[in-house]
Design a protein around this ligand. Sequence first.
Ligand code: ADP
Length: 427
Amino acid sequence: MENLLLGCIADDFTGATDLANNLVRSGMRVVQTIGVPVLPLDQQADAVVVALKSRTVAPDEAVAQSLAALGWLQGQGARQIYFKYCSTFDSTPRGNIGPVAEALMDALGTDFTLATPAFPDNQRTVFKGHLFVGDQLLSDSGMRDHPLTPMTDANLVRVLQAQCRRKVGLIDYRVVAQGEGAIRARIGQLREQGVQIAIVDALSNDDLLRLGPALAGMPLVTAGSGVAIGLPANFGLAPSAQASQLPPARGLRAVLSGSCSQATNRQVQSFIDARHPALAIDPLRIAAGQDVAGEALAWAAPRLAVGPVLVYSSASASAVKEVQHRLGIEEAGAMVERTLAAVARGLVERGVRQLVVAGGETSGACVQALGVTRMQIGPQIDPGVPWCHSLLTPGAAVADGDGLHLALKSGNFGSDDFFSKAFTVNA
Ligand code: ADP
């Protein structure tokens, strides 16, 4: 493909959409692929985000997936590579942020990159190398208790150094405040000290916009999605309505929610409070062999014509713990994901063409069941969550000209009224 400016590798699915959203808002036309494509891209895009599922797999596997993505992006002529990870720097002492960043540096033959998860729009800021989630240090936030990637140290220089062979340093907020010249000078200084990866402070979008010009020409950027707002300008692109333009949204509307995050639980409640039809799915009934997906589809069918419906497994932390205790954590998760994915497919077969899915893993399962392999990224609903559009290709749930509008919401994103509001945003 011609003119691919930015090639992005994201370590999870909703994170990829979050990055794509920021690039679109800053003027790039963006396509997101699910996994590494086999064929060259046949549509125009300024950036492609390859969504991997590499955040919590073994480091070797994460590296292999990321290098495969890099190879494909280089084949499309990408001029700069962006490795995207979570804005809470989700990782373990083994990785995978450090090992993947270093493998990409090796493959690109570059001796310097930066690392910053800052995303001020979503209250992720970095100050003196320490990551804050809202007003709390990362290590005091809910991430402390994450089941897979507990983050117990907010000092990102220390966290990343534990994952890297290369020396990790810091570009602090005072340097960032002075802009491109000072940042480039600091990079030179760090290089002389043998530092090859720098954590960068950013307290506001202004900091990220000041950082952007200093990254022009850098072969590899590693970051959360925030840094993306400063990059399109390096390629002469400015925010425009065209960048987010999707085909008009038609067809029936539905919401599926398998996220049990606090924000999602509030969104489910708000949708119910607004008197929209909502059906709860009980994991224990799935485990008992009931056709829960079939029941949900039968329930939804007559209601869809009236307005959006919600099918959800979202539940309180205590209810989830109880189910996990009875069924096992992974088994419960997989069972619910399979059921919601079957509901997604059934809904699309019944004419749903505007579908909101809440939950990272849940989104991955639904998109897979629908046979979606790539999406064009459209307008933002809330920070980190845009509408996307996918043509339904042969082998997908249905094949028709309209395609499917999808909004894939990471658990903790979105305002309380997200599920209703999504359908009012012009997709
Ligand atoms: P988030 O983005 O909030 O982390 P995910 O979809 O990534 O949401 O993860 C939620 C996980 O919890 C999924 O594996 C889902 O299948 C599982 N799950 C959803 N509802 C329940 C429930 N009621 N009991 C147990 N597990 C559940």
